[in-house]
Write a protein that binds this ligand. Sequence first.
Ligand code: GLS
Length: 817
Amino acid sequence: MTEQTAPHSPISAEQFAEQIRQELEYSQGVRPEQATAADVYVATSLAVRKQLMDSWMRTQQDIVQGKTKAVGYLSAEFLMGKQLRNALLSAGLTDQFEQAVTQLGFDIQAVIDAEVEPGLGNGGLGRLAACYIDSMASLAVPAFGYGIQYRYGIFKQEFDAQGRQVERPDYWLDNEEPWGHVDYNRSQRVSFGGKVVEENGHKVWKPAWSVRAVPVDYLVPGYASGRVNTLRLWSAKSYDEFDLLTFNNSQYLDAVRPQVKAENISKILYPEDSTPQGKSLRLEQQYFFVSASIHDAIRVFYPGQDQPDLTSFPDKICFQLNDTHPVIGIPELMRVLIDEYGYDWNAAWSITTRTFNYTCHTLLPEALEVWPAKLIGELLPRHLQIIQQIDRHFLAELEGKVADPQQIERMRIISTGEDPQVRMAYLATVAGEHVNGVAELHSQLLKDVTLHDFSLVYPGKFTNVTNGVTPRRFIKLANPRLSALITEGLGTDRWLSDLSLLEGLRPLAQDDGFVGRFAQVKRDNKADFAAFAKREYGFDLNPDTMFDSMVKRLHEYKRQSLKILAVIADYADIKSGRVSADDLLPRTVLFGAKAAPGYRMAKLTIQLINNVARVVNTDPEVKGRLSVHFAPNYNIRMAQHLIPATELDEQISQAGKEASGTGNMKFAFNGALTVGTLDGANVEIRQRVGAENFFLFGMTVEEVDALYAKGYQPESYYQADPRLKAAIDMVADGSFSDGDCGTYAALVDDWLHKDYFMTLADFTAYNQIQSDIEALYRQPLEWSRKALLNVASSGFFSSDRAIGDYLERIWKTGSMD
Ligand code: GLS
């Protein structure tokens, strides 16, 4: 068997134990005998960080001196997950760590558990960014991740006695955080407000206030590449700590006001996903991190130069705009080039348009960010002028190319009318060199619908890069049993760097012995998850039932309602005596989802699911056959436990609404079968794993459009399907609200009279596919064979492949080695 070894000079377990001891004593001032698991966690992390330092410095140097251009991945979110295990894996120190910690007399798990997960993202978009920087380092692509170190990440979710979501702040930085290095010597000034004046024929911005952007550097070690890239997250600090004069007059709050205002910028992550909120603090955050990052890139690539030749900037770095959040970087680079370095408009435009590329991550029109021009004018007056000028130039260009004045009007970057809005996706499309969607279907719909006018004018700009996820975290770390079996089956662990090798498992799907061992891995993972869920949430899960999971953000388009209505319909069948509980396939339905705090319908759906769980799980009539559990605070850690234990994965969004999905890929990697619609990357997963190994149901995008056009009347579906009617009636009649018919009235009313995402129209098809699912599950060997074929065929969804596509189609750069 060939084992990959990590090229960062490996050390022995004894040496590692010694380094941990040194860190305990000389960094933390704790004698090993007095140390707690949390101390050992910090010491170990510092020791691993030091192990990676040489590779990091070498990588930095090669990035600056190398001939390949770097990538600046600009993202408002990086949902990293816990760092320690991943860093150990990349540094090739996992075994040494386990031995060293044991030698020191500590419990490995307790040390791992001492790490607090940084929740610096909402969901798929932030996690994708984290997977991409992992892959870039693993492929030795010179890259920087640039974002914000939020003081408070995504809220902690709890449920109250009524099953409602309660949001609690995420104090992730309250304990020592050993991974981020605060580099006060490389801070940047970021300014806001004020006005623009004319001086000697030049526009000069006189800002009203500034903050200090301090970088906090995280190492991003590649797997088996010997490379360590940088994730630079900016933290906002005040220049005016506090006003002593005011303080002496005992006005404490006034005295610290400037500090509070400045530091607020990086205080909280907006807990929205797919639906942005137009708040000025959010625009401040966006500008804060892109301005600091652009200046940082100039500092890195033109060190010590007062008058650098920035015409070479696009050959040094290209910026990927992860959705519209960093798009204010476009006028910022123009401003920097024109106002700070004296380039004329055309030269600046030429540099800018070769520097930026834009990834769109949505299809929901309401999720395409727009900012009131007035707000931009107040916060960034010079940028508004630049955007207006870009819009004027663009208009002139369009007039030469487009005959239809209405089309031109539709395409304007700044809308006309009383309260003009700046459309950030349009700005990114006009200025970006490439525009990509995140799955084949999504990229097609961007061209055909969302950005159709633009695709006519700039057909060459549009491309697709189907998302991918890292196999290091989501197979190797999450599922050690499966990893070992794959390595044994393939005779090598090289699949961790080249996931297409999983194809080699295909013939083993015909080997009943191997399939049986694969099934045993799943069974053991289910038992582990049951123990985890008991410990963490007090759930009683029976590993001899089917584990059926739906974990993702709570959003109407994702249709958690469809799943819970199907559960209620089964329950109603039993309660009414139509079906005997003994005929039901024993199933454990698992939910995990956070709802945006202000999203009423999503929060009501959480409440409903929790109360269905309460009623069903305590009803002796269905005991052992059906149980429902909603695990609070779904996060990366929980995903790493739950995904390997899942047998059926729910990807049931309305077709044409989920841009890609990435959970679907993680489940396929781990041998779950998918029940899903033809939406997002489901389409490609089904193509690759084979239609016979995927449970497809529901309307297509075309059918959805046709039904909207015809006039959708959800109530007619309610009348036509007695099971659907029974389920909705049970919600309406207070069965899940202690007899109170008002609790879910808003949900019921929406289902019957609006149901924008057509849950009711897909209900019957969703139920029908359940009989196929159950029939297959009753043949365990056949189920496992198909599950194994899912693993064997999902190598395409590695983030390494996705980064390969970005390199080839968009960045036109490569490895530094
Ligand atoms: C999202 C999409 O909703 C997901 O479908 C997609 O997988 C993800 C990454 O591309 O981006 N867009 C968004 O705003 N949040 C997401 O998770």
